[in-house]
Write a protein that binds this ligand. Structure first.
Ligand code: ARG
Length: 720
């Protein structure tokens, strides 16, 4: 008897110890997840998280986006006060902090705190989405589709029914909506959001804390980073979303998260909600080879050189360092990811896992003639599709990474088309004045973060890579020209570009806008480079389109077959920038043989990692002083916890997501994943994959003690 109980307990704790794969759809939690979550310790109900009819945790979850593409959430965040105070990562606020920084006010270096609401800084163009409701609309969409349709007909039918559905959901309201495909286009969900347009910067620690460890520590555990920044959402006086205006008032949210200062223990339940960007869990071995050999390899190769050029410029002076800080950070993030992902994919034999799934799928298909008729050619089609596309895809990635690596030519082409209108006699003087105004603004925004020498060097280095790596038939006109006129000397071309193009600095651009000239525009080297880049990029993509169609169809059928093969399984769709929930728990792990990683780090570790001033591991003097005083109460006793890890299933886009405990209180903010399991976007590694989080106690201590921003502490509900 006793033995049975012991075995039962062992079995129970074994199942409990397993992390759960899945970025779950909120409307399915009740059906698919809540029971397991409650077994693991969650004390609330599915309705407390998401309920169409009453406020819940989902009302505190924010997707950050940009005007023009508000559904492509680049990060997540959470509302932590009744006045719309928003917590997210430092790296999510980075470009806003950078945009407000100058040599006089270096908020990246020194941090920024608004001690009164009037000092909060507007960020026009930044959007914040909060989900109102979601709905499975698969049946309605599928009713418009049939298996005999071509892919083109299928897309057109999906677009037109989606338009009808979103219109119904938004007409006469302030809502915005989108229909998103799930499971490679086998299911469809409607998401209805309120999208706020006035999001102001409230606070950020210095980057020596918010980005402590820099690229060396990025994607790594153990970590010691205060990766947070704070914003506030504002609305029109009536509570509706509105662009920045002085009259706007702080958002009165339907729900905000109480902030726990109680800390976490190994094994504690943890739930994360946010907006994961992209995963490819259902990719085939053929797609995986494409990712490893083409996308990741080329991206890493080109960005290594691109980063070196930017770094050289940034080391010269503070102005250039501020100008390129955000561009550098976003380039470096997926530079490192590409390399670490390939390493993890190899170490974990992800290719072998994918091939095993395909063998199982093929056996299942071949066992039944009816299945064979539908799925019989799926794997072969995918294999052939990727093989046929290889040369084009290689050129495509080189074009994105190398040809679109420098910036002046892209700006030249973008503005060149407007400048052409200034030269057009049929355009009225009045319209021309408006266009000049627009060009002036575009110029000011572009040149604020532009350095002529850095960009010229990028042309020399990156255009040469494209020249060397891509075949003659896919070269843009400008590269043929460089080979002919400059005998392939890319440095010489770059020097000429710098000396002659009006787009290489703001003064010559402004002068040209004042006196535009079509002939001069067409002869301008940056404009020519931009135009020929677009031409070749369009050509490559048009040539790829038929293969992409084959792949889309093959992937859709493959996933449909997998689901049919395994109907009992709770299937989770890949991430696609829509709101999701993942549950799991706090926990240590073993990254490799004989190595154990504890589940949390402390401020002591920051001191141990300290490196030279100006470097990635600089520790601000004030932090050292406060550390020596050890007054951590009420956020710690003699130690202060800094970061902790959980086994939740997250990916890029989830950055800034709340980590929520069994009571529904905020215990952390997710900010990274661990390199050992960077294959996780393709194959979830349940024993290895960890989500790296900022402990709310470190955040509170920094706001309260380090920054002395009592105004912010006072508006939160802190659970002690
Ligand atoms: N790897 C993190 C992500 O993709 C970004 C971390 C930013 N920090 C840094 N040191 N670069 O969300």
């Amino acid at each position: 008897m006793k033995r049975i109980i012991i075995i039962a307990i062992a079995l129970l704790s074994w199942t409990l110890a397993k992390a759960d794969e899945g970025m779950w759809l909120l409307s399915k939690i009740k059906e698919l997840n809540i029971e397991k979550m409650q077994q693991m310790g969650f004390k609330l109900t599915a309705e407390d998280i998401y309920n169409v009819n009453k406020p819940g945790i989902k009302d505190a979850i924010v997707g950050l986006g940009n005007e023009g593409r508000p559904f492509q959430h680049f990060c997540s965040g959470e509302i932590i006060s009744p006045n719309g105070l928003l917590l997210t990562n430092h790296h999510c606020g980075f470009s806003a902090i950078q945009a407000h920084s100058s040599v006089e006010h270096d908020y990246l270096r020194d941090g920024f705190w608004a001690y009164e609401m009037k000092d909060e800084l507007a960020n026009p163009g930044t959007t914040a989405s909060i989900l109102d409701r979601m709905e499975d609309v698969t049946e309605r969409v599928n009713a418009c589709l049939n298996d005999g349709m071509s892919e083109g007909e299928r897309y057109a039918a999906i677009d037109s029914i989606s338009e009808i559905i979103t219109k119904e959901a938004t007409e006469g309201t302030h809502f915005s909506a989108q229909v998103q495909p799930m499971f490679e286009g086998n299911q469809f969900f409607l998401f209805v959001y309120t999208i706020y347009q006035d999001v102001r910067l409230v606070g950020a620690p210095p980057q020596s804390m918010g980005k402590f460890g820099g690229d060396t520590d990025n994607w790594m555990w153990p970590r010691h980073t205060a990766d947070f920044s704070m914003f506030r959402i504002y609305t029109a006086p009536d509570g509706s979303p509105a662009p920045y205006s002085e009259e706007n008032v702080p958002l009165k949210p339907k729900h905000y998260l109480p902030v726990s200062a109680k800390g976490v223990q190994d094994g504690d339940f943890a739930m994360i909600m946010g907006f994961p960007g992209t995963t490819e869990r259902y990719i085939t071995s053929f797609g995986l080879a494409n990712t490893m050999d083409i996308t990741n390899t080329i991206r890493y190769e080109v960005r290594t050189d691109k980063l070196a050029v930017m770094r050289e410029g940034m080391e010269k002076d503070q102005k250039t360092r501020i100008q390129y800080a955000s561009k550098y950070a976003s380039c470096a993030n997926y530079w490192k990811y590409s390399n670490e992902q390939n390493k993890a994919l190899r170490n974990l034999n992800t290719m072998g896992n994918k091939q095993a799934i395909e063998r199982e799928f093929a056996a299942w298909v071949n066992a039944d003639p009816a299945r064979k008729a539908v799925y019989g050619s799926v794997l072969a089609d995918l294999q052939k599709g990727y093989a046929d596309m290889k040369t084009l895809e290689t050129a495509n990635v080189y074009a994105q990474e190398a040809l679109a690596g420098p910036e002046a030519h892209l700006f030249a082409y973008r503005t060149g088309r407007v400048i052409a209108k200034l030269c057009d006699e049929t355009v009225s003087a009045e319209d021309k004045a408006t266009l000049r105004e627009a060009l002036k603004e575009m110029g000011a925004a572009f040149y604020k973060d532009f350095n002529t020498d850095v960009d010229a060097k990028l042309f020399a280095v990156l255009f040469k890579i494209y020249n060397d790596k891509v075949g003659a038939d896919l070269q843009p006109e400008i590269i043929n020209f460089i080979n002919k006129k400059y005998k392939g000397d890319f440095n010489k071309f770059a020097a000429d570009l710098k000396a002659k193009s009006v787009f290489m600095n703001e003064a010559s651009f402004d002068a040209f806008v004042a006196e535009p000239n079509m002939k001069k525009l067409e002869k301008d080297l940056a404009y020519q480079a931009g135009k020929s880049f677009y031409e070749i990029y369009m050509k490559i993509n048009a040539s790829m389109a038929p293969y992409n169609t084959v792949l889309a169809r093959g992937n859709r059928l493959f996933v449909r077959g997998l689901m049919e093969m395994n109907p009992e399984k709770a299937w989770a769709p890949d991430a696609n920038s829509t709101i999701r929930m993942t549950y799991g728990k706090v926990g240590s792990y073993k990254p490799r043989d004989a190595v154990f990683y504890d589940y949390y780090t402390t401020l002591k570790g920051v001191m141990e990692k300290e490196g030279p001033a100006g470097g990635e591991f600089e520790v601000p003097a004030r932090l050292k002083e406060l550390y020596a005083q050890k007054n951590f109460a009420p956020y710690g006793n003699d130690i202060l916890s800094v970061n902790f890890i959980t086994d939740n299933d997250i990916t890029g886009g989830n950055s800034g997501s709340p980590v929520i405990n069994a009571e529904g209180h905020l215990i952390g903010t997710a900010f990274d994943g661990n390199s050992e399991a960077m294959s996780g976007d393709i194959d979830f590694e349940e024993n290895l994959q960890r989500c790296i989080n900022l402990d709310t106690r470190y955040m509170l201590w920094i706001v309260d003690v380090y920054a002395g921003a009592k105004n912010l502490i006072n508006e939160m509900t802190i659970i002690k």
